[in-house]
Design a protein around this ligand. Structure first.
Ligand SMILES: [Zn+2]
Length: 78
């Protein structure tokens, strides 16, 4: 456990690679209005509602466009 991973830092899991990282190091997306929509980037973390997190690295960020698993993350709000 490094200092940055202590319990005072909110940690979230990247939905693509499942890495656990401090919230501040991940990109937040919020759920679209319906299943036909796309996840909405929320760089400020200011949007209300259900969201999920993805690494900012290309490897993960690029996959979010084709990743359909977010639908499960957004279950209940779609
Ligand atoms: Zn990732």
């Amino acid at each position: 456990m490094s200092e940055v991973m202590n319990k005072h830092v909110p940690v979230r899991t990247c939905v693509i690679c499942r890495a656990k990282k401090p919230k501040a190091l991940l990109l937040r997306y919020t759920c679209p209005q319906n299943r036909a929509g796309r996840p909405i980037p929320d760089p400020q973390g200011a949007r209300q509602g259900r969201g999920f997190y993805v690494c900012p690295e290309k490897a993960c960020a690029e996959k979010i466009d084709r990743f359909r698993g977010w639908i499960h993350k957004c279950k209940g709000v779609l």
